[in-house]
Design a binder for this molecule. Sequence first.
Ligand code: FAD
Length: 452
Amino acid sequence: MSYDYDLFVIGAGSGGVRAARMSAGNGARVAVAEGTYLGGTCVNVGCVPKKLFVYGSHFAEDAEDARAYGWDFEGGPFDWPRLRDNKTREIERLNGIYRNLLDGAGVDIKWGRAVLEDPHHVRIGDEIFSTASVLIATGSWPTVPDLPGREHAITSNEAFYLERFPERAVVVGGGYIGVEFAGIFAGLGARTTLIYRGAMFLRGFDDEIREFVAAELDKKGIDLRFSTQVESIAAHGDARHLELDSGATLDTDLVLYATGRTPNTRGLGLETVGVALNERGGVLVDEFYRTSVGNVYAIGDVIDREQLTPVAIAEGMCIANNLFTDKPKRTVDYDLIPTAVFCQPNIGTVGLTEAAARERFGSDVDVFGADFKPMKHTLTGRDERTLMKLVVRRSDDRVIGAHMVGPEAGEIIQGLAVAMTAGATKEQFDRTIGIHPTAAEEFVTMRQPRSR
Ligand code: FAD
C-alpha cells in the first residue's frame, strides 16, 4: 500500500524537528504537524528565553562587582519591556531558522492540531494524510494543581510575556524550572519567595549540592520556604494574597507555579488507536521508542522520562536511524546525561550522586571535593562560594559522578561528561594538566578523598 508519507511527525519541537529532518535526510518522505510554534517548548517558552533572562538577571550583580575592579557604572532602572521584547525578537528569528531547516530538508510543514484517526491516518482540520509510520513528539505542558484561586497563578509559559515586571514574586515548586525562575526574578530586582512542599528542593540532585545552593540563594536574598504548601490564592486588584498551610499569609504581585509538566497526549486520538499510556498520561514506549501500536513511535517529553532538549534530540536521531537506515538499531544511554540548572550560581552535574553511588556500590566509593571562594570575588568581597565534587568507584577508579555549583558550571561539566562517557578514571583526571587560573582546574587537582 502506498502512503502520502513514510513518517508523519506530530509536534515540531526539539525531538520532532530533529527526527523529521534526519529522516528526510535519510530519504524518507516526511511531514511534521505543528499547532503552535516551530521549535517547541525549548525555543519558545523554555531553555532559550529562560537562558536569555538568566543573562539579564546577572547584570545588577556584575555592575556592583565591577566597582572593585575600578569601574563605576550608572545603575539605571531595569527596563523589563526592553528585555522581554528583545527576547521575543530573538525567538522569532529562531522560529524562522527552524522553518528554513525543515524546508531545506524537504519536510512538509502542516500547520494545525493533528489527531490520529487510525494508526495510518492523521487528521488536521478537514485534511487527512496517510502515513506508514507516526511519531508522537508533542512534548509536555505546565499544570497548576487544583487549589482555590489557581486561576490567579501563572506558569512559565506566561512568565516570558509579562505585561509588567513584578515588585514581589512567589515561585511555587522545587524543580529546576522553579529554582531558575526564582533566580531570574530576584536577579531582575523582585523580592522573591520560593515555596516548596518538601524539606529540600532539587530532588534527584546530589544532597550536598542541594544544601549548598539553598545557602547561596539565601545569601542572595531569596526567601526559601521549604515544607510549606499554598492553601489558596486570592486576588486583591493586581496583588495576590496567599494562605499557607503553616497559617502564615503572603502578599505578592505574581504567583508562578512550576510544580510539574504533564505529557501532551489529550485529544490526540491515542486512546482510540490503542496507544498505551502511563498513569500520568505519558506514552509508553520500548527501548526503540515504539508504542504499543507497531507503527506509532514517541519521543521527548511526551514519553515522560527525561524532560530535556538534548535527550529529545538524541531520541529523534534514534528514530531517523532505526526507521530509515540499515545501521544497527540505536537507543539513548540514560545513565550519563549531563545537565545544568541556571540558578545563580549555576549547577552542573553528570552521573551518580554520592547517595546513589553509595546505594549502588556501598563502601566501594570515594568522594573528592573542593569548596572555595571564586577568584573574582577575592576583590569584590561578594560572599559567594563554589562547590565541586567527584564521585569515584574505588575498585576500578572510574569517575562515576561529577557535580558543581559555581559560575559557568554547565560549561565546565559538559567537558567532564565527555571524559566520563569515554570511561575516564580518577588517575586520568589526576594526570590531566590543569588550566590555570580557572575554577575548572580544581577537577584535576583533587588529591585526597574527603570521605571513603
Ligand atoms: P516540545 O519542544 O515541547 O515540542 C512539542 C511540540 O508539539 C510543541 O511545539 C507543540 O505545540 C506541538 N504539539 C503538541 N500537540 C500537538 C498536536 N496535537 N498537533 C500539532 N502539534 C502539537 N531543557 C533543557 O535541556 N535545558 C534547559 O535549560 C531547559 N529549560 C527549560 C525551561 C523551561 C521553562 C521549560 C518549560 C523547559 C525547559 N527545558 C529545558 C525542557 C525542554 O524545553 C523540553 O524537554 C523539550 O522542549 C522537549 O522537546 P519535545 O520535542 O519533547 O517537545
